[in-house]
Design a protein around this ligand. Structure first.
Ligand code: FES
Ligand SMILES: [Fe+2]
Length: 416
């Protein structure tokens, strides 16, 4: 068929609905708001790593689904999460991105979270321990014992990540993501890990487009590095698997790093139980990515900010026990591919940002293909079909006709 006229361009494709999605899932503000309510408020989100809170009273702040969160380590060494919102008049309690509560704030005591507004204070378990002029103002009607923070489900698991959920009734973390982590956790659980790299980017794209790039490796055509170090028989034999709850993994594979000038094998500093240069990848629904390339472990955590805006936090991790030499090797291996000036990362960032310019909300809906079927091998788009089947279920929207309810297209759970 020659180039198509408008009617032909807009015609419903004849191939199965699960093999394409409507681009409005990436651009419609109403769909975005529903994703926040129906998905991000309900699931487990890895918000940071335990090594970023090494000492009692260390804290980090973040948001999940527009809700401000504070995560802190108590004197009992336990990590807890709370809504970062004062019980008095809704003020954000802690405004810094990270730090320690060991030192007092100007209007509060050491070892307390102090609200700057009227000086209410909370301890590391979220108890309200001080209300300024409590009796004078509230007599016996309100007391600090009733004014604790909103506590959140919080667990430290799977390589030491701090997982938080806004949903008190969320299923057990092990059930939510355990199967998808079965292979990776053999490498990240034996020894404590440590974050050595952190940067974040606010990108003009939809969070799913970023997740998509991590779930389909057909786009290795974008990466000169991956074409040179891969694209051999073992590369094309690598398989993708769909797991319960929309998660996707890829079987391991060993790129030939020394095929690329200036790169070297990472075998000398591979993670525990990892073949030299072995590569393991977990794409966790709805938008987190865990990527171990032999010696360096990268984790992307996404916070959607709008239909065409997302914050991505990138972390690089090594083993806490690293010698300075090994740590430097990991940093080099990480940064040369994934650092802000690395070989691959900016290519992915550019692709998803430019992709978004071509599917703005006012544009005609595009049919975005995910129709490659190659026996679940690396360029098969099973990862995308698997994700959108789960997305349709949570949203009760058909990904290829998002104004219609979900009817099950694209069901491809295919773990082996
Ligand atoms: S709003 Fe926090 S003390 Fe008043
Ligand atoms: Fe990529």
């Amino acid at each position: 068929m020659p180039a198509r006229n408008h009617e032909q361009w807009m015609a419903t494709p004849e191939y199965p609905a699960g093999d394409w999605v409507d681009s409005r899932v990436y651009s419609d503000p109403e769909i975005h708001e529903q994703e926040i309510e129906k998905i991000f408020k309900k699931v487990w989100i890895p918000v940071c790593h335990e090594s970023e809170l090494p000492k009692p009273y260390d804290f980090r702040t973040t948001t999940i689904a527009h809700e401000p969160i504070v995560v802190c380590r108590g004197p009992d060494d336990k990590v807890r999460a709370f809504l970062n919102v004062c019980a008095h008049r809704g003020m954000l309690i802690e405004r810094r991105p990270s730090g320690s509560f060991l030192e007092g704030q100007p209007s509060g005591n050491p070892k307390r979270m102090t609200c700057m507004f009227h000086a209410w204070q909370y301890d590391m378990k979220g108890n309200c321990v001080y209300i300024a002029r409590e009796k004078e103002g509230y007599q016996d009607r309100i007391c600090k014992e009733q004014m604790g923070l909103r506590r959140l489900r919080c667990e430290v698991r799977f390589g030491g990540f701090v997982w938080v959920s806004l949903n008190d009734k969320v299923e057990a973390l092990e059930d939510w993501c355990g199967e998808a982590f079965a292979e990776l956790r053999k490498r990240i659980d034996p020894e404590p890990l440590e974050v050595f790299h952190y940067h974040k980017a606010i990108l003009p794209t939809n969070y799913k487009l970023w997740h998509d790039t991590n779930s389909e490796l057909y786009h290795d055509y974008l990466h000169y590095h991956n074409r040179v170090t891969g694209f051999d028989e073992a590369y094309f034999a690598r398989k993708a698997y769909g797991h319960p709850n929309g998660h996707v993994t890829f079987s391991s594979y060993e790129p030939s790093y020394d095929e690329y000038e200036g790169f070297e094998s990472r075998g000398a500093s591979s993670f525990p139980n990892t073949p030299p240069d072995g590569w393991f990848l977990v794409d966790l629904f709805p938008g987190m990515n865990f990527n171990l390339r032999g010696s360096a472990f990268r984790v992307d955590i996404q916070t959607p900010l709008g239909p065409d805006k997302v914050m991505i936090e990138f972390r690089g991790l090594g083993l806490k026990s690293d010698t300075p030499e090994v740590r430097q090797a990991r940093i080099d291996h990480h940064n040369t591919i994934w650092g802000p000036f690395g070989r691959n990362l900016h290519e992915d960032l550019l692709a998803v940002s430019v992709q978004t310019t071509a599917m703005q909300n006012a544009a005609d809906p595009r049919r975005i293909l995910q129709a490659r079927h190659e026996d679940n091998r690396i360029h098969d788009e099973i990862g995308l079909r698997h994700f959108y089947h789960e997305w349709g279920r949570w949203m009760d929207r058909d990904p290829s006709a998002p104004d219609k309810p979900f009817e099950g297209a694209g069901a491809v759970v295919a773990a082996e």
